[in-house]
Design a protein around this ligand. Sequence first.
Ligand SMILES: [Zn+2]
Length: 103
Amino acid sequence: MKLKKEDMVRVITGAYKGKQSKILKVILGKNTCIVEGVNFRIKHQKPISQEQPGGRIKKECPIRMSNLELVCPKCGIPTRIGRKKIDNSWARICKKCGEMIDG
Ligand SMILES: [Zn+2]
């Protein structure tokens, strides 16, 4: 998979199907990533101090990259990612509009 941090993605399957959000973190080697507002659990935190009273904390859990598809920042349509060689490095391109996804 070729998803990166800060990419806009859409959830294809599961409880969050259809939700569009941003990748906060990619966990390399596991093919999972953390997506903002997707797949979160409520954690009960004990009070740490007067300033940090604890309570319920929302914490996102990793989601498999195969459950996500990239939303092209140029045309806004969920798309497959293509590759194109530019100046000796591979750029990711949108298969719908043909625009470069990065930069
Ligand atoms: Zn596009």
